[in-house]
Design a protein around this ligand. Structure first.
Ligand SMILES: NC(=O)c1ccc[n+]([C@@H]2O[C@H](COP(=O)([O-])OP(=O)(O)OC[C@H]3O[C@@H](n4cnc5c(N)ncnc54)[C@H](O)[C@@H]3O)[C@@H](O)[C@H]2O)c1
Ligand SMILES: [Zn+2]
Length: 372
């Protein structure tokens, strides 16, 4: 198994994602190559640290002598109070402008660490060590950082790319099964929007991937990192291309919202959303039947999802319109004209959308999955 270095362009300069089994063991050397820091501070959560703390400390090596800072990484803690607590903890530990912050965790730790790094003393260097499938393939790349406020998710934040990302699939061994499967839904998303070969690879290997076969996983993660790196290098500020990463998310966010974020792991809602987006694409004459069927069949192989909520299509549409990210209540969907490509579409006829939402709960039984 090899380690690959993938470059990401950003307005703050180009940075590297070191990706592959064993990437963590290069941490000490790679960080030293970034320059000299007055002190190193690791931000993580007690749960993550129990799982990967020892491995991380070994990877960082003895020279850096990191100070450790922890917070509970529940989504509910991704807020400004936590940002303040972390900043105070850094101050007490003597962090200055030339200190380094290393985020070790999933998207919650990464988003908080990123926002702290962007704002602490107006910016300190940041390294990501992502420990979930979502963090490794998505949130650690592209520089989006942020926290939630009661009015909505990720409404306070900054673009602040890391100086280095260390992505080691071996960190995922301890990830809870639901988190892993949710992350795998987003891996399928990358195949649908950008890489027909990745999609076909998943069709051949999804069960092995779900069993966390290290080689399969390494290959998948590298493919996703490359796609994300390409997309955000071309469109850092989400003015166009980056939107395709939201395939399945207009539906997914609505499902999460009407169930008050308690029924689905995010990726599970996206899994439903991707099947609905495939059907919607087909209904408006964009997605060929065969491609829509392949998407539904592959998503179904992720396993049983929490059921579609018993909420009317009209209510779901109203929820989509009130999504903080929708522009002035406009409904905008990412749809696929064929596997490996995605476009945004904002003139979907409402009656068509309604009939898709009516049918969606039955998608679990629609196409004959070939590998069940
Ligand atoms: N910035 C971005 O571009 C971006 C992109 C996608 C998602 N996000 C954000 O990421 C967050 C979701 O992140 P996530 O899906 O990575 O999950 P998470 O950070 O919520 O972690 C999920 C759970 O797994 C645990 N965990 C993490 N790594 C582990 C490991 N190796 N072993 C055992 N347990 C481990 C955590 O403690 C937590 O309980 C959301 O807040 C979302 O908004 C940000
Ligand atoms: Zn997502």
């Amino acid at each position: 198994m090899s380690i690959r270095r993938i470059s990401v362009r950003s307005s703050a300069g180009t940075y590297t994602v070191v990706c592959g089994a064993g990437a963590l063991s290069t941490a000490g050397k790679m960080i030293a190559a970034l320059g000299r820091f007055t002190s190193t501070h690791v931000l993580s959560s007690p749960r993550v640290w129990r799982a990967v703390g020892k491995k991380t400390m070994r990877g960082l090596g003895t020279a850096l002598r990191p100070r450790l800072h922890f917070f509970d990484d529940a989504e509910a803690s991704k807020n400004l109070r936590t940002v303040e607590e972390v900043a105070r903890s850094l101050t007490r530990a003597g962090a200055d402008r030339r200190s380094l912050l290393v985020a070790v965790g999933g998207g919650v730790v990464g988003d908080v660490a990123g926002f702290v790094a962007a704002s602490y003393l107006r910016g300190v260097a940041l390294v990501h060590v992502p420990t979930t499938l979502v963090a490794q393939t998505d949130s650690s790349i592209g520089g989006k950082t942020g926290v939630n406020i009661p009015e909505g998710k990720n409404l306070i934040g900054a673009f602040y790319p890391a100086k280095l990302v260390l992505t080691d699939p071996l960190m995922l061994r301890t990830l809870p099964p639901r988190e892993f499967r949710g992350g795998m839904a987003e891996v399928i998303k990358y195949g649908i929007i950008a890489d027909t070969r990745l999609f076909a690879f998943l069709e051949r290997n999804l069960e092995k991937a779900l069993a966390r076969d290290p080689e399969i996983l390494s290959h998948l993660i590298m493919s996703c990192v490359e796609i994300k790196a390409t997309v955000v290098s071309k469109d850092e500020r989400e003015s166009g291309l980056r939107e395709i990463l939201n395939f399945g998310h207009t539906f997914g966010h609505a499902l999460e919202s009407v169930t008050r974020y308690s029924r689905y792991q995010h990726g599970e809602a996206v899994a439903w959303g991707m099947m609905a987006a495939a059907l919607l694409g087909h209904e408006i004459g964009l997605t060929p039947a065969e491609d829509a069927c392949r998407i539904v069949a592959l998503v179904r192989r992720l396993g049983a999802l929490p059921p579609w909520p018993s909420v009317s299509p009209a209510k779901l549409i109203a929820t989509m319109r009130s999504d903080k990210k929708s522009r002035g209540g406009n409904l905008r969907f990412v749809l696929s004209p064929k596997i490996g490509k995605a476009i945004t579409q904002d003139d979907v006829p409402i009656p068509t959308l309604k009939s898709v939402l009516h049918f969606a709960p039955r998608l679990r039984g629609c196409c004959a999955a070939t590998h069940d």
